[in-house]
Design a protein around this ligand. Structure first.
Ligand SMILES: Cc1cc2nc3c(=O)[nH]c(=O)nc-3n(C[C@H](O)[C@H](O)[C@H](O)COP(=O)(O)OP(=O)(O)OC[C@H]3O[C@@H](n4cnc5c(N)ncnc54)[C@H](O)[C@@H]3O)c2cc1C
Length: 432
């Protein structure tokens, strides 16, 4: 792959659409929500339908999880209270990061051996950093793990080992690791993941594969990630077997993995060095006719991501490929304007974008960053309900523009799912 490539300048974007995006970077939250609510204008009947169907979904999901494996079964099998379960999940998660079996075994012995427990665990409270997340998943509550039931997490685990004995606790940790591995990672290799998906695909599910990894720190990292994406596209492409981007599997690409300086201050290098790499991946995706979506990352990379998307979207060699996808984060105040911009871009290039609407995964980081920089406003909504309103307004926009967009709704929230189904009406030309 050549490292630099010359691109024809793409047709100009409309300035007013770009200005609308810029004007709402850190816009006033109340103003944004008033506008979105008036656009949404859900009638009483629609609200009632959404509510009723959401309740049915929740009841059905609860009935189903009763009979399934996973975290509930784990707690049931080991008879552990959820707080103890949370602690074990934390230990298991830490152990997952250990690459080889031998070291993992020694670490378990080290951490769970009653004699050494106190000595070591007291120093490794970082083991419990994700406790709140686990607690939220397992109990629906945020807990302060520094002081549960008047005891530190370390003391709790010590008590657990003393009460149940080391073998039971070790087995629980092993089980917790298996649950995490299965529930959150599709496979260690793309081939494993494709194999595991096969039965579900037969039942109508389709998959967009995400390669776990960090942003590239060095050019070496970026080259490694590029190769891993390229290999994955080939594997997915062969499995897709010509089903096309809507019915077959696809891939999601993080631009931050393709270049160590994927940032606005380096826009020249990004266009010269990152875009050719992205283009090479898109050419491969087009060859196999699979979907390739650009993941949405931090808010301050939105502008530069739109520049990259514009370059690919307008590339004459990719004009017949309809699998180009973009992820849009509804928690950003700019989201509806990004959709207007993409609709226009698609029109200019004769392209229908696959748009994956998400709420956004970097909320804490966005809030913290704006605070650290002493900024007056946030790029994201600061209330959960406001993000939900924005998501619904954006979903409606997608359904109102299905000539420009193939809607892909990425949500696990029953109310949001129910609302989307209500907006979709009889249309089935979209996916969850
Ligand atoms: C297939 C797929 C692809 C994805 N790709 C991306 C991606 O490219 N980029 C990305 O960022 N995310 C991505 N995500 C993650 C996605 O953003 C989260 O899964 C999603 O936010 C969870 O929303 P929900 O509707 O399922 O859950 P809900 O519980 O309804 O919503 C949780 C979300 O609400 C928002 N929120 C929480 N608290 C607040 C608050 N106080 N104020 C304002 N908003 C708040 C946050 O966005 C949080 O994630 C992807 C998810 C899926 C399933």
């Amino acid at each position: 792959m050549p490292d630099t490539m010359v691109f024809k300048k793409p047709p100009a974007a409309r300035d007013d659409l770009k200005s609308a995006i810029d004007a709402h970077y850190r816009a006033d939250e109340s103003d944004c929500i008033k506008r979105l609510l008036s656009e949404l204008d859900l009638g009483d009947q629609m609200k009632a339908n959404i509510h009723d169907y959401a309740a049915k979904l929740v009841e059905a999901a609860r009935a189903k999880t009763m009979n399934q494996g996973g975290i509930d079964a784990f707690l049931h099998e080991y008879g552990l209270s959820s707080q103890e379960g949370v602690l074990l999940m934390c230990v298991a998660e830490a152990l997952l990061r250990v690459p080889d079996d031998d070291t993992r075994e020694r670490l378990i012995r080290d951490k769970l051996g009653t004699a050494d427990w106190e000595k070591h665990l007291g120093r490794s409270s970082s083991l419990f950093v994700n406790a709140s997340t686990w607690a939220l998943m397992m109990t629906g509550k945020v807990v302060n793990m520094h002081n549960i039931r008047g005891r530190s997490p370390e003391a709790q685990v010590r008590r657990l080992v003393a009460r149940l004995g080391e073998p039971v606790v070790r087995e629980s940790v092993n089980q917790a690791m298996k649950i995490m591995g299965k529930q959150f990672v599709m496979g260690r290799t793309i081939e494993d993941a494709l194999e595991r998906a096969r039965d579900w695909e037969a039942r109508g599910y389709s998959y967009s594969y995400d390669m776990l990894g960090e942003a590239a720190r060095t050019m070496e990292d970026a080259k490694r990630y590029f190769k891993s994406y390229k290999d994955a596209i080939a594997a997915i492409g062969k499995t897709a077997d010509g089903r096309g981007p809507y019915n077959g599997p696809g891939i999601s690409v993080k631009l931050s993995a393709l270049h160590p300086r994927y940032e606005l201050g380096q826009v020249g290098r990004v266009m010269d060095e990152l875009v050719p790499r992205l283009r090479a991946l898109c050419m491969d995706a087009a060859k196999y006719d699979i979907g390739l979506s650009i993941d949405a990352e931090e808010a301050d990379r939105l502008d530069i991501s739109l520049d990259c998307i514009e370059a690919i979207s307008g590339d004459p060699d990719l004009k017949d490929w309809q699998g180009f996808g973009v992820v849009v984060q509804a928690y950003q105040k700019r989201a509806p304007f990004v959709l207007d911009y993409l609709a226009d871009m698609g029109k200019r290039h004769g392209r229908r974008f696959m748009v994956r609407l998400v709420k956004g995964a970097y909320w804490d980081m966005e809030v913290k960053r704006a605070q650290e920089l002493g900024l007056k406003g946030y790029p994201v909504f600061t209330r959960k309900a406001n993000t939900d309103v924005s998501y619904l307004a954006c979903a409606r926009k997608l359904f109102a523009n299905t000539d420009a967009f193939y809607p892909q709704l990425a949500t696990h929230n029953a109310h949001t799912i129910s609302a989307v189904l209500e907006f979709a009406g009889n249309k089935r030309d979209f996916e969850f």
